[in-house]
Design a protein around this ligand. Structure first.
Ligand SMILES: Cc1cc2nc3c(=O)[nH]c(=O)nc-3n(C[C@H](O)[C@H](O)[C@H](O)COP(=O)(O)OP(=O)(O)OC[C@H]3O[C@@H](n4cnc5c(N)ncnc54)[C@H](O)[C@@H]3O)c2cc1C
Ligand SMILES: NC(=O)c1ccc[n+]([C@@H]2O[C@H](COP(=O)([O-])OP(=O)(O)OC[C@H]3O[C@@H](n4cnc5c(N)ncnc54)[C@H](OP(=O)(O)O)[C@@H]3O)[C@@H](O)[C@H]2O)c1
Ligand SMILES: Cc1cc2nc3c(=O)[nH]c(=O)nc-3n(C[C@H](O)[C@H](O)[C@H](O)COP(=O)(O)O)c2cc1C
Length: 740
């Protein structure tokens, strides 16, 4: 057996927002530490190694879109499609870790597709695949999957004896900490084996008590009574009063996380602790102050960044609606030659983390303004290794910029962050709590923590003796994400502008926490556009002109209006999901006008049906005027609107009429009511189906409604109906653009 082992392994990743990349690179680096010889590549760069010779392959891939492969793996999937040989990978053993989210109906579709393909190529698994779910926390699967990987890996791959942690533990023993009688914690590092742990005892090792620092962190204590003058210099355009008001109103001053620690009091041993995250980053300081630039140069986008000018804003909802929705218009005149777009495409906005949040985090870490604004570069501790994509180009930047645009400060923390923070926490009780939250015993409380969606600042406020160095935070904080928006306008109507619509993310965490939370991008856009509230009044933004950094994201899944005017379309888009369909309708209207002008003869036109849903007709019927206009002009054959919170709403599927608008709660109810006609459209006119908006509930419910329609009106078996919908998805006749 020993002679058959592969001399090395290759870790491949496909990642849209950085999770799979981070996990793959950690597996790769840990494998090396354990004495394996490993290479690590993004899937699109599979040709950096020779797949026909590699014998042990580890794939970590997420899914995006509607079960689609991440952008940085599409070339690889195209390459795999072209290969016909059934023995192409028969020499290789593989395993797959899929990252997905059960809010999406095609859960972990990319990983499943990849597995199928590898098996078709004659490859066989050396270790059972893992399917992690972001809806409940990736760690639940990822941690134990990695912990249990090493033994099977050692069966197929040569492991040098001198590798660190040559012995692998099973998931449960991944790491342990014991709470001793004197209340101190003894940590047995995962990967070092029982008895091999570093036996570090908090307080004992450093000999330092509460609040004195752990001897590792170079940062200072929180400056409790920070002079507001210091704050003002980093936060532009806000007076001290505004700043204080903003800070307390927005929760940007930090909220203590509510935890029930009774189970910790009863625990003498904490098990299944993740390993302390591997250190990747080091910061090289220069003595210069960082020159201000419009955007940091480390930001990597799939297409070039352009500065769009904020031209006009319109509030689409009444002041008393549940959500506030804005319509913004961006001027891209200066770039209209280089930019092509179609209804169905989206674009990305690079929005910064809130200045004040960044400032407060840096203050909590004890980083003064000079240090925050000094010019720095980020490098990998080990020269031969590459940093994660979002840090790869972090040269001539500053800590402030990195926190503004480089790392995610607001989404639910990974266990790796808590585990790392424990290492830099001097107070025993706080350290114990952090370890507890990462442990098997603390799963319930970890979930409570996730429900509260704490920012990094909330964590630092809850654990004030925790002073991690910036480098260690850079190791574990996820990449800051651009936010995408569907284009509302057709280029045939106006190619010098991009219009889009969005809800301002502003909500309270569930009872009993009830903390006011804000999104990153949409509150920023709301503020930039003047926080307007009057409904449907278009306000032109007068100078000073506001620049918004954007980049184009052409739709790659086929969610585009067909150029063939004879195609019938069934469009389903409640809430802001209606956005691309306004563009579809504008586009078709213009296409019809153009064709009539050109050919002057009768056109064969397909029907356009729109199912739209909102809460109340007078409050949040987005683009009502425009949609009713399309109906009147005959571009829309049917405009079918549901109101979910109109007091006299009839929630059954029985139709009643209200000035031509049929009443029922949600779009899917209305679809069932009009099931016969939908079936006729599908059956006789081969209509295409487009669904846009919320992936969590709506997309699944609409899929169920379509299935029911095929069963009831097409007299099909349920399984046949489901298969037909899958087939239509494959043929790009049933297309969805979804977001959870
Ligand atoms: C291809 C594509 C196109 C898109 N098009 C549009 C579009 O046209 N219009 C549009 O509005 N959005 C669109 N989105 C979504 C958009 O990109 C952003 O995700 C959205 O605007 C939120 O951004 P944010 O930075 O303001 O909020 P974030 O900082 O990203 O916060 C959002 C997060 O807050 C949490 N959250 C929000 N509300 C609640 C709540 N009530 N309870 C608990 N938690 C909550 C959730 O975790 C959510 O993920 C699109 C997404 C994609 C991928
Ligand atoms: N291209 C894209 O990917 C894209 C484009 C635009 C928007 N989006 C995303 O789509 C999501 C939803 O949009 P939104 O927030 O604007 O919608 P919304 O305002 O929250 O809801 C719109 C309507 O849908 C109803 N609704 C709730 N649950 C439903 C279900 N299971 N089935 C059908 N209807 C349901 C709501 O009713 P009640 O509230 O009364 O229950 C409301 O009447 C957002 O996350 C947004 O970011 C994505
Ligand atoms: C726009 C979007 C679409 C997604 N689509 C799917 C999907 O169809 N199926 C799925 O299982 N997960 C889906 N996910 C969840 C991601 O796969 C999951 O969050 C994963 O952790 C992302 O890893 P990455 O950062 O490596 O891309 C989607 C996430 C987003 C943001």
């Amino acid at each position: 057996m020993a002679t058959e082992k592969s001399p090395n392994l290759v870790v491949f990743y496909g990642s849209q927002t950085g999770n799979a990349e981070w996990i793959a690179k950690n597996i790769h680096e840990e494998a090396i530490k354990r004495g394996f010889s490993s290479e690590c590549y993004v899937l699109n760069e599979h040709d950096k190694t020779d797949l026909s010779k590699q014998k042990v392959l580890i794939f970590v891939t997420s899914s995006t879109g509607d079960g689609d492969p991440p952008d940085n793996s599409t070339k690889f999937f195209r390459y795999m499609r072209k290969i016909k040989s059934k023995t192409f990978l028969s020499h290789a053993k593989f395993t797959i870790l899929g990252l997905g989210d059960t809010n999406y109906s095609n859960f972990n579709n990319t990983a499943k597709r990849l597995e199928k393909r590898l098996l078709e190529f004659g490859s066989s698994p050396f270790y059972e695949k893992g399917m992690a779910d972001d809806a409940v926390g990736l760690e639940l699967v990822v941690d134990s999957w990695i912990a249990n990987l090493w033994d099977p890996l050692a069966n197929v791959c040569v492991q040098k004896q001198n590798g660190e942690n040559g012995k692998c533990e099973k998931g449960e023993e991944n790491g342990k900490s014991e709470i001793k009688e004197n209340g101190k914690i003894e940590i047995k590092e995962s990967g070092k084996g029982e008895g091999e742990g570093n036996g570090k005892s908090v307080g004992e090792e450093s000999g330092k008590g509460e609040g004195e620092g752990d001897g590792k962190s170079k940062s200072k204590e929180i400056e409790e009574n920070k002079n507001p003058e210091d704050v003002i210099s980093t936060v532009k355009n806000l007076s001290i009063k505004e700043l204080e008001k903003h800070s307390s109103e927005s929760g940007i001053s930090g909220n203590k996380i509510i935890l029930d620690l009774s189970e910790l009091a009863n625990s003498t041993q904490l098990t299944a602790l993740p390993r302390v995250p591997i250190e990747h980053c080091k910061i090289i300081k220069s003595n210069k102050e960082k020159k201000r630039s419009f955007l940091p140069s480390f930001i990597i986008t799939p297409n070039p960044i352009i500065n769009a000018k904020l031209n006009a804003v319109r509030c689409l909802t009444r002041f008393d609606s549940v959500k506030k929705t804005l319509h913004l218009e961006l001027d891209i005149k200066d770039h209209s030659e280089e930019i092509q777009f179609f209804p169905g495409d989206a674009f990305g906005i690079i929005a910064p983390n809130d200045n004040l949040l960044v400032h407060n985090i840096l203050t909590a870490l004890g980083i003064n303004e000079n240090d925050a604004n000094q010019e720095i570069s980020v490098e990998h501790i080990e020269k031969e290794n590459e940093l994660s994509t979002h840090l790869k180009n972090a040269k001539s930047t500053s800590i402030f910029e990195l926190f503004q645009y480089g790392v995610d400060l607001t989404s639910s923390p990974r266990k790796a962050l808590l585990r790392m923070m424990a290492e830099y926490t001097s107070n025993d009780q706080e350290k114990k709590t952090l370890l507890f939250l990462c442990s098997k015993q603390g799963v319930k409380q970890f979930n409570c923590l996730r429900e509260q969606i704490p920012t990094l600042l909330d964590l630092l406020v809850t654990f004030p003796s925790c002073k991690p160095p910036v480098e260690r935070l850079l190791d574990v904080l996820p990449a800051h994400q651009s936010r995408y928006y569907s284009i509302v306008n057709s280029p045939l109507v106006n190619r010098e502008e991009l219009h889009f619509a969005f809800n301002i993310i502003d909500y309270y965490t569930p009872i009993p926490y009830e903390v006011h939370k804000f999104g990153v991008c949409t509150p920023w856009l709301n503020k930039l556009s003047g926080n307007i509230t009057e409904v449907n009044i278009r306000t032109i933004i007068t100078p000073p002109i506001i620049d918004i950094p954007i980049f184009m994201k052409p739709n790659s899944s086929g969610f585009k209006i067909p150029s063939d005017l004879s195609k019938s379309l069934i469009m389903i888009g409640p809430g802001t999901g209606v956005a691309p369909f306004v563009g579809f309708l504008q586009h078709r209207e213009k296409q019809i006008e153009n064709q009539i002008l050109e050919s002057k003869k009768q056109l064969l036109l397909g029907e356009m049906w729109l199912f739209y849903g909102c809460r109340e007709k007078e409050k949040d019927f987005l683009y009502r005027q425009e949609l009713e206009g399309f109906l009147q002009r005959g571009i829309l054959k049917e405009l079918l609107v549901t109101f979910s919170r109109t007091p006299d709403i009839i929630t059954s599927d029985k139709p009643t009429s209200d000035n031509g608008l049929t009443k029922s709660k949600y779009v899917q109810n209305l679809m069932r009511i009009r099931g016969n006609e939908i079936f006729e459209l599908l059956n006789q006119k081969e209509a295409m189906i487009f669904v846009c908006g919320d992936a969590k509930g709506m997309a699944k419910d609409v899929n169920d409604a379509l299935t029911d329609i095929l069963v009831e009106h097409g007299k099909m078996q349920r399984s046949d109906a489901l298969n037909l919908l899958v087939k239509w998805m494959g043929e790009k006749r049933y297309l969805r653009d979804l977001w959870a």
